[in-house]
Ligand binder design. Structure first.
Ligand SMILES: [Zn+2]
Length: 279
């Protein structure tokens, strides 16, 4: 499996929103996604970042509320579909997209890939699909970014799809072996958003990877258990479980230091590994 870390846009927040008790200095948080090339299954994405359609939806109300509360910097050329195109991968080549959770900075470009199957936690979709227009926006969800044929192309994951994981994955005990070959294993990382998924990937370069999306906003957050500002509680599905997940990741990292753990918005990971070829 070849794995690359790419980005598609960014947003700005005061530093203390993400790392409590830090400065109010504005900080840029990139929206990273992963490109994986499986020897049999082809092109797979873990999340997608923002899209051109996101710009259209947030230009007018009520979508505009999203970018008023979270200032986004994004241009068409930065989108996943355009980046992949420059790498020789067409939109139709993408066969699978793992949606870590339904926040627009993570799933915002899924409609750009018309042949992809969408993998996500069943509970994640159920928690947002019936939300009112306004509640959806305040949960970071823009329904216009969901393609018409979403349900037909969906692979919602249920508890029954999970299998017991070997002890090496502890404290994570159950997960979904996506293709039955142990290359990609999806685990629940609850708390930030209902049914948020994390993803263990075995890269052919030898570095095992753990994609944790927003279960921790930075590497420091799980290493030192630094929780975000309480203002972010309104965004989180369960703040207590979020903290438990943060501890689980810290414990895993201590036991398995060979793993490259990737929070989707970590500035350090972005600087070191993003847009830099195979991991
Ligand atoms: Zn999120």
């Amino acid at each position: 499996m070849k794995v690359q870390l790419l980005d598609a846009g960014s947003c700005v927040h005061p530093q203390h929103v993400v790392l409590r008790n830090r400065s109010i200095r504005p900080m840029r948080f990139h929206s990273m996604f992963s490109l994986m090339i499986h020897p049999k299954e082809g092109v797979i994405l873990f999340d997608t970042g923002y899209s051109e359609q996101f710009l259209d939806v947030t230009r007018k109300f009520p979508g505009r509320i999203y970018t008023l509360t979270t200032p986004v910097r994004f241009s068409r050329e930065e989108s996943a579909v355009q980046k992949l195109k420059r790498m020789g991968i067409s939109a139709n080549d993408v066969r699978h997209i793992i949606i870590s959770h339904f926040h627009a900075d993570h799933y915002g470009a899924i409609a750009d890939f018309p042949k992809a199957k969408y993998w996500f936690h069943h509970g994640a979709w159920e928690s947002i699909r019936h939300k009112s227009r306004w509640r959806a926006i305040f949960s970071g969800f823009l329904p216009e970014l969901i393609p018409q044929d979403f349900v037909a192309r969906s692979v919602p994951l249920h508890a029954r799809d999970q299998i017991p994981l070997p002890p090496e994955f502890a404290p994570f005990q159950r997960g979904v072996d996506m293709f039955g070959d142990e290359t990609i294993t999806l685990v629940d990382l609850h708390g930030h958003a209902t049914g948020q998924l994390g993803c263990f990937v075995q890269s052919e370069m030898g570095t095992p990877i753990f994609l944790i999306a927003d279960a921790s906003w930075t590497t420091k957050s799980f290493q030192e258990i630094i929780v975000p500002h309480p203002i972010t509680k309104i965004l989180f599905s369960d703040y207590d479980i979020y903290q438990q997940t943060l501890h689980d990741i810290k414990n895993f990292a201590a036991k398995r230091p060979e793993y490259l753990i990737i929070p989707s918005h970590c500035p350090h990971i972005h600087h070191e590994h993003c847009n830099k070829g195979d991991l």
